[in-house]
Write a protein that binds this ligand. Structure first.
Ligand code: NCD
Length: 304
C-alpha cells in the first residue's frame, strides 16, 4: 500500500460531511491496492456494537479485521449485553474503550455515534445511526461506482425508494456534492422525499429533480433502497407505500446498457430476483466491495 496522502490516524468516521473529495479519493485508492491477507493489525481489536440488525455491515467489518490479522469482540442485539440490565450507552462505551482499539457502532438513535465518539478517546465508526447516516456504506457505494463507471464526476444518478428514512441515500447524496457535473433524480413516493436538511446542501451544488415517476432512462447509476418499515411511526403509513417501486425485467428495459443497478441490501421486493442476472445488476459486487473498503479504512485509522 502506498503512503496515504492525508493524516487518518485516530479519526472518527461519523458523518460523510467530514469527507472532502481528497479524503474520499485517498481512501478509495488505498482500497484498490489492498492485499487480501496481511498481519498489519495483529493484536488490534474492534469492538463491534450493533444495537440494530445487520448482516453485511457487521460481517464485512469482521471479515476486514480478520483479513488484517486483527480480532473482533462485541454484540449484535442487546440481549446478551448489560444494556438489558439498564446500563447506559455512555457507561458501555467507557468500558469498551478499555478493551478495544476502535469502536464500530450501529444504533437506532440519530446522533448516537457522535455522542459515543465524544465520550471515548479511541476512534469511532458510525455503522448507521437511525435514519441519519451510514458513511462506510457510502464509501463502498462510491468505490463500486468508480469501479464500474471509471469515474465519480459527470454522472446521472437516480436514487429510488425511501429517501426519507434511508440513511444510505442521505450519506450518498451528501457525498456527491464533492464531485463535478453530477445530476440527481430523486425518485420516491411524495411522503418519502429526501429531507430538506439534505436537499438544502444539494441546492446550488448538485442539480436534482424530485419525482414519483420511475423513470430510469439516461441514468448512469440507479440506486434502489428498501422502504424502511422499522422507522415508520405509523404502520398504516408504511402499508400505503410498501411495494411502491418494483424493479422487474420490464422496468429494466428502460436501463441504458452501460448503467449500473445498485442496492445497499437487504432487499425486500423492490428488485425482482430475475433482474440479478442482468449485466447492469451490481448489488452483490457492491456488498463484496464492503470488505476492501473497510480493510483500507481500518488500516488507515489504526495507523498501520
Ligand atoms: C442498509 C442499512 O442498514 O441502512 N443496509 C446496509 O447497511 N447495507 C440498508 C437497509 O437496511 O435498508
Amino acid at each position: 500500500m502506498q503512503r496515504p496522502k492525508l493524516d487518518w490516524h485516530s479519526r472518527d468516521v461519523i458523518s460523510i460531511r467530514d469527507f472532502s473529495r481528497e479524503r474520499i479519493e485517498d481512501l478509495l485508492s488505498q482500497a484498490q491496492q489492498i492485499r487480501p491477507d496481511s498481519e498489519l493489525l495483529r493484536g488490534r481489536v474492534i469492538a463491534s456494537l450493533f444495537f440494530e440488525p445487520s448482516t453485511r455491515t457487521q460481517l464485512s467489518f469482521a471479515t476486514a479485521m480478520q483479513r488484517l490479522g486483527g480480532q473482533v469482540i462485541g454484540f449484535s442485539g442487546t440481549e446478551g449485553s448489560s444494556l438489558v440490565k439498564g446500563e447506559s450507552l455512555q457507561d458501555t462505551a467507557k468500558v469498551v474503550e478499555k478493551y478495544a482499539d476502535i469502536i464500530v457502532i450501529r444504533h437506532p438513535l440519530e446522533g448516537s455515534a457522535r455522542w459515543v465518539a465524544d465520550t471515548v478517546s479511541i476512534p469511532v465508526i458510525n455503522a448507521g445511526d437511525g435514519a441519519n447516516q451510514h458513511p462506510t456504506q457510502t464509501l463502498t457505494d462510491l468505490f463500486t461506482i468508480q469501479k464500474f463507471q471509471a469515474r465519480l464526476d459527470d454522472l446521472k444518478i437516480g436514487l429510488v425508494g425511501d429517501l426519507k428514512y434511508g440513511r444510505t441515500v442521505h450519506s450518498l447524496a451528501l457525498s456527491l456534492t464533492r464531485f463535478r457535473q453530477i445530476t440527481l433524480r430523486l425518485i420516491s413516493p411524495e411522503n418519502l422525499r429526501m429531507p430538506p436538511a439534505i436537499t438544502r446542501e444539494l441546492d446550488g451544488v448538485v442539480p436534482y429533480v424530485e419525482t414519483a415517476d420511475l423513470d430510469l432512462r439516461e441514468l448512469d447509476v440507479v440506486y434502489v433502497t428498501r422502504i424502511q418499515k422499522e422507522r415508520f411511526p405509523d404502520i398504516e403509513e408504511y402499508e400505503k407505500v410498501k411495494g411502491a417501486y418494483v424493479i422487474d425485467l420490464n422496468a429494466c428495459e428502460q436501463l441504458r446498457r452501460d448503467a449500473i443497478l445498485l442496492h445497499p441490501l437487504p432487499r425486500v421486493d423492490e428488485i425482482a430476483p430475475e433482474v440479478d442476472s442482468l449485466p447492469q445488476a451490481k448489488y452483490f459486487e457492491q456488498s463484496e466491495n464492503g470488505v476492501p473498503v473497510r480493510m483500507a479504512l481500518l488500516q488507515l485509522l489504526l495507523g498501520a
